[in-house]
Ligand binder design. Structure first.
Ligand SMILES: Nc1ncnc2c1ncn2[C@@H]1O[C@H](COP(=O)(O)OP(=O)(O)OP(=O)(O)O)[C@@H](O)[C@H]1O
Ligand SMILES: [Mg+2]
Length: 310
């Protein structure tokens, strides 16, 4: 099932995209030579630290600022020849709302400015978890509620491509989980493609199919989350005495002691045999689990090797 997702036609193609703010030598090169492709039906993560150039890139995608270099194609059409706005929905800077109007009324006004009749707004409010607060004035909303209203606003025109700048911003742990589920539903149930930015590795790991990592304006890696996490299979064993455990396994599997655990390079299928050997050697085993590299480790390895190469 996982393999089927994200295999669609390109919905967003960025090539050689660059942006320099300001002129005359003193300009800030916020984005340089960024190229990537988002395919139909996938959740694509744009990952980078503060100031990496995520919002600048997204602003260019939405036509809010003009690129200094490169091309953007959406649904096969060059953005310079008129943006196919109707198929794109977006959230930037948490959305801009009238504070003295209710969340529902704000969506109503936005729908009208887009030439929509406003049907389906209640369903949208429910979709983002604001069914009970839709009637309240936005000035009384928490950051998380505003953020959800922003996502509802991005979905008003039932877009095929949803572009979200830091959708998890300002959300608490429960809010992040709801947002994750919502984004998942957008692709799984509604067949939309999502391009989202984040500085949260964990967030991207959990919700995205593919990611691009941007560092100081430069794209340093584009890969599936599975590939980024890919590492040689290993098992992490907590046992005592640890040195004896290593000795019992070392002739058959490469092992190394890492803190209070023994890391054994072996497939999970070999776990029963490994356990048997440890028991035969009269070693107490407290736990044995496959170890997986986190996206954080992958991210640090990638960004650090880039820095070392520079
Ligand atoms: N309007 C502007 N004028 C001048 N420089 C800008 C402007 N907007 C952004 N920058 C600079 O461009 C770089 C990239 O900023 P950008 O906002 O795109 O980063 P970001 O990845 O979205 O960061 P964050 O995670 O903090 O939102 C930064 O060095 C920033 O100072
Ligand atoms: Mg930003």
């Amino acid at each position: 099932m996982e393999q089927m997702r994200g295999g669609g036609e390109p919905v967003l193609e960025i090539a050689g995209l660059g942006k320099t703010y300001g002129r005359r030598g003193g300009g800030v090169r916020a984005v340089q030579d960024v190229s990537l492709t988002v395919r139909a039906g996938e959740v694509y993560g744009f990952l980078g630290a503060n100031g990496a150039g995520k919002s600048t890139t997204i602003r260019m995608l939405l036509g809010l600022i003009t690129p200094s270099a490169g091309t953007i194609r959406m649904f096969g059409r060059d953005l310079r020849h008129g943006q196919p706005v109707r198929r794109v929905g977006s959230l930037v800077d948490g959305g801009a709302f009238y504070p003295f109007l209710s969340g529902r009324r704000n969506l109503d006004v936005l729908a009208r400015t887009q030439g929509l009749d406003g049907t389906g707004i209640d369903a949208l409010l429910a979709q983002v978890g604001l069914e009970r607060d839709g009637h309240r004035k936005v000035k009384g909303y928490s950051t998380g509620m505003r953020q959800r209203l922003g996502v509802a606003a991005a979905l008003l025109n039932d877009p095929d491509l949803v572009i979200l700048d830091e959708p998890a911003n300002g959300l608490d742990a429960a809010g992040i989980q709801e947002m994750r589920a919502l984004i998942r539903r957008l692709t799984a149930e509604h067949g939309k493609s999502v391009f989202l930015s984040s500085h949260l590795l964990n967030e991207v790991q959990q919700v995205c199919d593919r990611v691009a990592i941007i560092d100081r304006g430069v794209l340093i890696r584009e890969a599936s989350v599975a590939d980024l996490l890919q590492t040689e299979a290993s098992l992490r064993i907590v046992a005592t005495p640890l040195e004896a455990a290593r000795a019992a396994l070392a002739e058959r599997w490469p092992c190394e002691i890492d803190g209070t655990a023994l890391v054994v390079r072996a497939e999970q299928a070999q776990a029963p045999e490994i356990l048997r050997r440890l028991v035969e050697a009269r070693i107490d085993v407290f736990s044995l689990a496959p170890s997986q590299r986190t996206l954080e480790e992958a991210f640090l390895a990638i960004t650090q090797s880039e820095t070392a190469d520079a």
